[in-house]
Design a protein around this ligand. Structure first.
Ligand SMILES: Nc1nc2c(c(=O)[nH]1)N(C=O)[C@@H](CNc1ccc(C(=O)N[C@@H](CCC(=O)O)C(=O)O)cc1)CN2
Ligand SMILES: Nc1nc2c(ncn2[C@@H]2O[C@H](COP(=O)(O)OP(=O)(O)OP(=O)(O)O)[C@@H](O)[C@H]2O)c(=O)[nH]1
Ligand SMILES: [K+]
Length: 465
């Protein structure tokens, strides 16, 4: 999928964004460690000099060129492919050089050092993409989707990030902003006239434009909300004593009998966390069974605290018992520590043992589900409950990988559009509502953006991106 660069509309009265800076930046763009190929990427004004130094000559623009990469003394570091993208036709919009070498950590380190010695500095996380944004190659929503694409944990999540990256989300925002501009002009033209002098046809046109905008906004918010579900998923606290069949159930849910439970790296007590995927929606499971015992040492205590914090902020609880079994006191005390009002499914597992039939009953957000992890009977109901609780709905194409930031902006826009509808008789207020709606939407694409927001967004990228 190709990028469609979005020229950002500059908002009047806003200071021009920071220039990308004269610094030349360099970083290893490929993951750390050994790999078939490794890439050092360089961007900025000194790229031509650096190419001359490392390669002896500037490669033909945008042409994969086999070349020796050499030290200052002329000793070979590697023999690789060099790619030169002259500004502005590059990822960052600046001169870019790629040194695609053999993917060993020493080769990469030496190449990076060589570039630094020739005048580059090591790039900060996200700095290449930040420059692509500042140089108008992509807008802010596209820049964010680059990170979301890299971090995507399912095919569906990757597809919606790719759609945002291709500019579909931004285009929809941009056309909403354009429709708002048109409506604003219309409203501003009416401001100087008393209400009774407004042509009824004009009045009707205004109302129709506003309701078309509200419909388009609602459709977009819905697609964005669904995209956010793919990104965020649902965190589920599991409550249930050992041997009730948690592992069996998780394997069933994920649709495979093999061990699909993948621990999330980086937590002290990895065994209490796992993520499965339903319809592309990540379901993060926290097994509270590990929370019962008094912690032995400091490390374990930290692990347990973290697990509690995660469990306490879970979006749902699965309380698993065996069919016919009496509720356990230990379970009740765990359940009591989870926030009240959190959607809860009581799963009665192993119905095959008592020859019961699968059944489900729901009360509001809660449900009781009788099933067998062993036979799979009734498991579909649990899967549906989890997906519904996550906010997922069956859909076709057309989701966008939206972030919480985007949803907040879209909600503000929605509130202002509702207010505009109440103010259609008061043109000044009406116009003001439309302006605030536009500004909220502009924050999504970065047409309206603050430096600290940019810092926050780009600092979360991986190095070299
Ligand atoms: N080797 C390599 N692979 C890569 C990247 C890269 O930088 N280098 N990318 C980096 O993340 C992604 C591809 N993204 C890119 C986006 C735009 C341009 C670019 O040169 N754009 C110009 C020209 C467009 C054209 O000729 O159609 C432009 O927008 O003006 C390059 C890479 C993924 N794969
Ligand atoms: N008959 C029957 N046996 C089941 C069912 N679900 C799980 N089991 C059995 O119950 C035992 C425990 O299952 P696990 O999935 O390991 O239980 P667990 O809750 O993960 O256990 P811990 O990991 O120790 O917490 C195993 O022997 C399973 O085969 C079921 O639906 N029916
Ligand atoms: K087990």
């Amino acid at each position: 999928m190709a990028y469609q660069p979005h020229p950002r509309a500059r908002v009047e009265g806003q200071s021009a964004p920071l220039s990308a800076g004269a610094d030349t930046i360099a970083a290893v763009a490929t993951p750390a460690g050994r790999g078939g190929i490794g890439v050092v990427r360089v961007s900025g004004a000194r790229v031509r000099e650096i190419a001359g130094g490392v390669l002896g000559a500037l490669p033909e623009p945008r042409h994969a060129t086999l070349a020796d990469f050499r030290t200052a003394q002329g000793a070979p570091i590697d023999s690789g492919i060099a790619l030169f993208f002259p500004a502005p036709r590059s990822y960052t919009g600046e001169d870019v050089l790629e040194l695609q070498g053999h993917g060993g950590p020493v080769v990469m380190r030496e190449l990076l050092r060589r570039c630094v010695a020739l005048g580059a500095r090591v790039a900060e996380p996200g700095e290449f993409t930040r420059r692509a944004f500042l140089n108008d190659r992509i807008d802010l929503a596209q820049a964010e989707s680059v990170a979301d694409l890299i971090d995507a944990s399912s095919t569906e999540a990757a597809a919606s990030a790719a759609r945002s990256l291709a500019g579909e989300f931004s285009q929809r925002i941009t056309s909403l902003v354009a429709a708002l501009t048109e409506l604003r002009m219309h409203v501003e033209a009416c401001i100087d006239f008393p209400e009774e002098e407004i042509d009824p046809a004009d009045r009707k046109a205004l109302d129709e434009k506003l309701s078309a905008i509200r419909v388009a906004h609602a459709v977009l918010l819905d697609a964005a909300r669904q995209g956010a579900v793919l990104r965020e998923g649902l965190t589920v606290a599991l409550v249930g004593r050992p041997n009730v069949g948690k592992s069996s159930l998780l394997n069933r849910l994920a649709g495979e009998d093999v061990a699909i439970v993948t621990p999330i790296a980086g937590t002290t007590r990895d065994y209490v966390r796992a993520t499965i995927e339903l319809e592309g929606v990540p379901i993060h499971l926290i097994d509270t069974a590990g929370l019962r015992d008094a912690a032995a040492d400091e490390v374990e205590r930290i692990g347990i605290e973290r697990t509690w914090a995660a469990a306490a902020s879970a979006g749902a609880v699965l309380y698993i018992t065996e069919e016919g079994e009496q509720p356990r006191v230990e379970d009740a005390s765990l359940l009591a520590r989870l926030p009240a009002g959190i959607p809860k499914a009581h799963v009665f597992n192993k119905i095959d043992l008592s020859r019961s039939t699968a059944s489900t009953s729901a009360a509001g957000k809660d449900a009781e589900i009788h099933l067998s992890a062993k036979t799979g009977d009734g498991v579909a109901a649990l899967r549906s409950w989890l997906l519904e609780t996550a906010g997922w709905r069956p859909h076709g194409e057309g989701l966008f990988m939206a972030r919480e930031r985007h949803l907040v902006a879209l909600r503000v826009a929605g509130e202002r559009l509702a207010s505009a509808e109440r103010n259609t008789q008061a043109f000044e207020l009406f116009a003001e509502d439309l302006k605030i709606t536009q500004d909220a939407l502009g924050q999504i694409t970065g047409a309206v953006s603050a430096d600290d927001l940019l810092g926050e967004i780009f600092s979360r990228f991986c190095i070299g991106k």
